[in-house]
Design a protein around this ligand. Structure first.
Ligand code: PMP
Length: 368
């Protein structure tokens, strides 16, 4: 729907109506009883049982405000990750932290650099803050550090990088992140969105802790929605220099995390066995899916996350759109990602074993 500004009623500020609203993946298929939702990068293993217990216990504390500093959660994060709690801020999902960073650092006339296939929220939050997103081409579906550096102007205030990126699943080795940081003016904030960091099994990957600790202009954002299996509770966190924490704290709502989220998040991140099990499960099935899809003749972008970007043939009968319709009719919901610059690809989240096997069988049928 296109809403036009109207002189007879309040209008949103300039830019808001230019935003293409974020569309989450489908959840159900009318008429299909058994549905596998492989469209939202949720973990098939769900959260730690300790997180569920902590959530249930929180039901007895609904009559009081939560701790506005989310101290118990910050401490659990700091303890398990070996970080200073003073440099941690929690958010209502990492979405909220990305939004708060944009609200805090971007004003009209400012620019934020985003990449061609980068997570769409960066653009949305940049425009919502009244600033201008500058989109940079990627190379082989991966962030191109030189192109990002070339796009920086005196108006640039933020560079947003998802590492690993969604929906490509590709990542920048730490040396490349370091090179990117070294080339940026010190006044530009480099935001490393490491939502999928826990899944990465590569020696040359680092989520960003070291750069945050050793500089004044890097922030790393993380989430409990992926490996910790708590997207329904909306919990994110960031690790940032003290001056960034201080500034964003002034903009943040005083009780941005609810009490159940604080309790369940702390229990989840302390359950290291559950995290390890989830990483091992993902590793096994990510590799299996990649091999099976490749054997079907489909091109798959090499992924280090919990999802795969699957490219379909040029043949109009075998397109991503047709594949999506066929898969959906059989109860397999994947993610269409035309909005990310991939009109002929689908994103597939690693699911439970039967869903992984099922989706390959259905695709094999489809491609015959
Ligand atoms: N960053 C990236 C790259 C993501 O894929 C997502 C989830 N779609 C998020 C951030 C936001 O996650 P959440 O708000 O659930 O923490």
């Amino acid at each position: 729907m296109t809403i036009m500004p109207n002189a007879n009623r309040p209008s949103p500020k300039r830019g808001v109506l230019d935003i293409a609203a974020y569309i989450p993946g489908k959840e159900s298929v009318p008429g299909v009883a058994k549905v596998y939702k492989l469209s939202a990068n949720e973990t098939p293993l769900g959260p730690s049982p300790h997180a569920i217990e902590a959530y249930q216990a929180a039901a007895h504390r609904l009559g009081i405000y939560p701790d506005g500093q989310a101290k118990a959660l910050k401490e659990a994060i700091a303890e398990t990750q070996g970080l200073n709690p003073a440099n941690i801020m929690c958010g209502n999902g990492s979405d909220e932290l990305l939004s708060l960073l944009a609200q805090t650092y971007l004003a009209p006339g400012d620019e934020a650099v985003v990449t061609e296939h980068g997570f769409l929220l960066y653009k949305i939050q940049t425009i919502a803050a009244g600033a201008t997103p500058v989109t940079v081409k990627e190379k082989d579906e991966r962030v191109d550090v030189d192109a990002v550096l070339e796009a920086v102007t005196p108006r640039t205030r933020i560079v947003f990088i998802a590492n690993p990126n969604n929906p490509t699943g590709t990542y920048l080795p730490f040396e490349e992140v370091r090179r990117l940081h070294a080339g940026l003016p010190r006044t530009v904030l480099l935001i490393l969105d490491a939502a999928y960091a826990e899944y990465v099994r590569r020696n040359d990957y680092e989520a960003g802790v070291e750069l945050v600790s050793s500089s004044e202009n890097v922030v790393m954002t993380r989430t409990f929605s992926k490996i910790h299996g708590l997207p329904g509770l909306r919990i994110g966190w960031m690790y940032a220099p003290a001056h960034v924490i201080d500034a964003v704290d002034r903009v943040r709502g005083p009780f941005n995390l609810n009490g159940a989220a604080i309790a369940a998040g702390a229990a989840a991140i302390r359950d290291r066995a559950h995290v390890e099990m989830s990483v091992a499960f993902n590793d096994k099935w990510l590799r299996w899916l990649d091999a099976e899809l490749t054997a079907l003749g489909l091109r798959v972008t090499p992924s280090v996350g919990n999802f795969l970007l699957v490219h379909f043939p040029d043949d109009p009968e075998k397109s991503a759109e047709k594949a999506d319709a066929y898969l959906t009719s059989k109860g397999y919901i994947l993610r269409r990602i035309g909005a990310y610059g991939f009109p002929n690809a689908l994103r597939l989240t690693v699911g439970p074993e039967e869903a992984n096997r099922g989706v390959i069988a259905v695709l094999s049928d489809f491609l015959k």
